[in-house]
Design a protein around this ligand. Structure first.
Ligand SMILES: CC(C)(COP(=O)(O)OP(=O)(O)OC[C@H]1O[C@@H](n2cnc3c(N)ncnc32)[C@H](O)[C@@H]1OP(=O)(O)O)[C@@H](O)C(=O)NCCC(=O)NCCS
Length: 242
């Protein structure tokens, strides 16, 4: 047994001395930041430790809302001031998923029944960035969502910025979206409801037609009128068609 240890979580510093735990409020980290855990029974717990999710507040007035059930594995959130992050309830694993460099007044909302193998949402450099992900989405590995450019392209003559401005809706990913391996979604993009994005595709714009497969760099619609299923094709055929 360790004689002495210190652990810091969302809002507490916990000293363990000869197996006795003493918990103090970590005032430096509080700054009106809050983690709200919505329990299955409808109650709300403030600032609990969320297994598998490390939350670091580096500013003030941010809220992280988590709904039960959840299954985080090796996930991180790092945010500065006035951010709002929500994870809806899911029984699927959310693994190796990081929401970081969350500057000021940014919002990430993730609906229910979400799963991911690995990925990053990076909200760097600008304020007021939004990423809205609908219900029943399945993300593969190596996903990157980047709702701002980070640097400026300038017209040589006028000195004016040429990058398309960020729209208030930000990045929108609809309901029932499957993102394949290593998909990258850039600023102002919209992935429609009931769609699949092919492996290694680069989504650069808004797609409004639902039930499509989008693929390529830049991504284009390659199939219309589809739906998809979490089961692999062999199992799907066996269970639904034979
Ligand atoms: C998206 C996907 C499921 C579509 O499969 P499909 O319906 O069998 O697609 P097809 O092979 O019929 O391809 C249709 C067209 O899209 C193109 N295409 C498909 N996937 C593409 C991709 N990732 N990038 C670029 N083009 C792609 C094909 O070349 C084809 O073009 P063509 O009509 O000019 O010949 C599949 O291509 C894919 O990306 N699978 C990997 C999914 C993944 O990452 N799984 C990890 C587990 S979550």
């Amino acid at each position: 047994m360790k004689l002495f240890s210190i652990r810091k979580d969302n809002v507490h510093i916990v000293f363990t001395v000869f197996g006795i735990r003493i918990k103090f409020l970590n005032l430096r980290r509080c700054g009106n930041n809050v983690v709200l855990l919505h329990k299955r029974d409808g109650s709300v717990k403030r600032n609990p430790r969320i297994k598998g999710l490390e939350i670091k507040f580096k500013g003030e007035n941010s809220t992280v809302e988590i709904y039960e059930p959840y299954k985080f594995v090796n996930c991180k959130i790092k945010c500065k001031d006035n951010n709002y992050i929500k994870f809806g309830p899911t029984s699927f694993p959310i693994q190796n998923f990081n929401i970081t460099k969350i500057n000021h007044y940014n919002k990430v909302i993730i609906g229910k029944n979400f799963s991911v193998v690995s990925g990053d949402i990076i909200l760097e450099d600008e304020t007021g960035l939004n990423v809205i992900i609908g219900d029943d989405c399945m993300f593969s590995s190596g996903i990157l969502i980047r709702p701002s450019d980070g640097h400026t392209i300038i017209d040589k003559n006028s000195g004016l910025p040429l990058n398309a401005p960020i729209i208030p809706g930000g990045v929108e990913i609809g309901n029932r979206v499957w993102l394949g391996m290593e998909v990258c979604v850039l600023k102002n993009s919209k992935v429609p409801n009931d769609s699949v994005v092919g492996a290694k595709s680069l989504v650069t714009k808004r797609f409004d037609e639902s039930n499509v497969v989008i693929a390529g760099a830049p991504a284009k619609i390659v199939k219309h009128n589809i739906i998809w299923d979490r089961r692999n094709t062999e199992t799907y055929i066996k269970e639904e068609l034979s």
